[in-house]
Design a binder for this molecule. Sequence first.
Ligand code: 13P
Ligand code: 13P
Ligand code: MG
Ligand code: MG
Length: 381
Amino acid sequence: MVTVSCIKADIGGLVGHTSSHPDILDLGREELELAKQRGLLIDCHVSHCGDDMFLIMTHDRGENNTEVHKLAWDTFIKGTELAKKLKLYGAGQDLLADAFSGNIKGAGPGSAEMEIDERPSEPIVVFMADKTSAGAFNLPLYKMFADPFNTPGLVIGEPLHGGFAFEIQDVKEHAQITLNAPDEIYDMLVFIGSPQRDAIKRVFNRESKEIAACSSTDKLSLIAGRYVGKDDPTMIVRCQGNFPAVGEVIEPFTTAWTVEGWMRGSHHGPLMPVALADAHPSRFDGPPRLVALGFQLADGKLIGPTDMFDDPGFDRVRDEANLIADYLRKHGPFEPHRLPLEEMEYTTMPLVAKKMNQRWKAITDDAGPQSIMSAPIAEVE
Ligand code: 13P
Ligand code: 13P
Ligand code: MG
Ligand code: MG
């Protein structure tokens, strides 16, 4: 068995929240290489999307392994020290815990991990997002694993024909449910259609019982109780054989889906799939970006990556994203560009509201003769 772990955090941006400093990424690489030399990791790859650093690691320690999680935490701490020296923006932004306590979960960084029985050929795609939020993969995962218009393999691929099981987490109530596609898609859509609350954590092939996909569902605002930057998510998806083909896995991103995030983490914007070279969201701190790195596993070694969205086939969706960005930006501070009130509770919104508290008066029907609005219609006439 081999475990693929992707643990990520924003530990500082260059400039502002735009991108990552090469020295920080090099530091990440050096730390993981040392861990490889001392036998903790089989292999590793360090990358970034915007201001988030992603540690892609393979090992034989299983999921939720303390040593692997500690390696990630310590790497982020060291990276933060360097980020502070370089005075990068928001140094240590995602490190919410005071100290490591055995598991990275609940400490700020996001994680997606899967322990698998490596097949004779094991293609995987690791997704890395910035300026969006946990739950952003709900719609794409639904298309990948439940929509035959996206994935013909569900119809003509015998090993996929039995459907997939979706493990969904209610991130506010800390509850989870598993629902089956295709039989229960109407029930499932009730929940996953609200990605800010219900996020798909894992997907399984119902017949082979194998894990097919895993995403990070860690919500920074729920950990911190206030807005501290967005929980830019990651996701690992297995391809081919009992799973969708590589092309079926990336096909959902040919539409620039509306996601939460963008400026101050408080706006809806289009998710733009990009090559790594374009993974530095700048316009209005966005639009939200997604990078997909494809690997072949070989006895746990990460062969690759192939930069999957570095393909003219995705030019059109990038144009679409820019069009949607223009349109949504025109709304300025109005919904639906700005997030609904419930989500704004984690921003500075409550502080402004508090300042205005005394100015609000109850609407009464007897405001006096000078109030035309409250007078009966007959009297006004
Ligand atoms: P090749 O014939 O190029 O191997 O492609 C097979 C396939 O299934 C593509 O989706
Ligand atoms: P990040 O969550 O990527 O740090 O972005 C925060 C932000 O405020 C962007 O405007
Ligand atoms: Mg940031
Ligand atoms: Mg970020």
